[in-house]
Design a protein around this ligand. Sequence first.
Ligand SMILES: C[S@@+](CC[C@H](N)C(=O)[O-])C[C@H]1O[C@@H](n2cnc3c(N)ncnc32)[C@H](O)[C@@H]1O
Length: 239
Amino acid sequence: MKNEEFSGGPKVEVRRTADGSATLYVPALDEHYHSRHGARQESAHVFVRHGLAPRLAAAAETGQPLRILEIGLGTGLNALLTLEVAQAAGASVEYDGLETYPLPPAVVAALQPEWDERGTPIKELFAELHAAPWDTPVALMPGFRLCKRHQSLQAAALPAGYYGLIYFDAFAPEKQPELWTEAIFAQLYAAAAPGAVLVSYCAQGQFRRNLRAAGWLTEKLPGPPGKREMTRAVKAMSE
Ligand SMILES: C[S@@+](CC[C@H](N)C(=O)[O-])C[C@H]1O[C@@H](n2cnc3c(N)ncnc32)[C@H](O)[C@@H]1O
């Protein structure tokens, strides 16, 4: 399926965040895709520093690709920062991004200048990520396989014991409570490999209790600028 064939997602507006990077604002939810204190900063801190970095080191020891699941793919910011860091580390990544509302081409075009400023090859990779077909694995670079999955998390059939790292980047619990339930974290626990890590910008108490009820071991870590805490959860190596 081509991107132009989708429609019906909520209207979004491009907004600038405090570190100069762009995010999207959803008027219908009164919600941003990223922290207003800095979209890129948040992504680099929560997902790359506290999720990807320790898991890349673990994957390097096994020589296996690191399998990442993202909920939801959105602008592709987390995916592209992950690609840059993994490539620099010489690590191989298989990245599945779930998304219910693919961005319309006009929104992708409005975000493109920010990536153009960063030069080659990342500006082309941003365009290629968004032009890639849905539900089909593509090699964005040698060693980085992306599969954009046009599916809601609730409806996704995820392989058991498969992912080494989960980026839980749904809209906030107040905006999307159906994605922050014990049942959802049990679904993700089943899809996670032993030793897998789940990271989220959210540090809410009920979120962490739901994670623990689903089997995850949780820890609080310092949040990105503008946010006191974030959450990292781990699936024990043996149950
Ligand atoms: C906070 S934004 C994520 C930002 C994204 N990670 C990025 O780097 O731009 C939340 C994303 O989840 C998507 N989403 C909403 N409901 C979903 C669901 N039930 N399953 C999967 N994705 C969903 C939204 O369309 C949106 O793109």
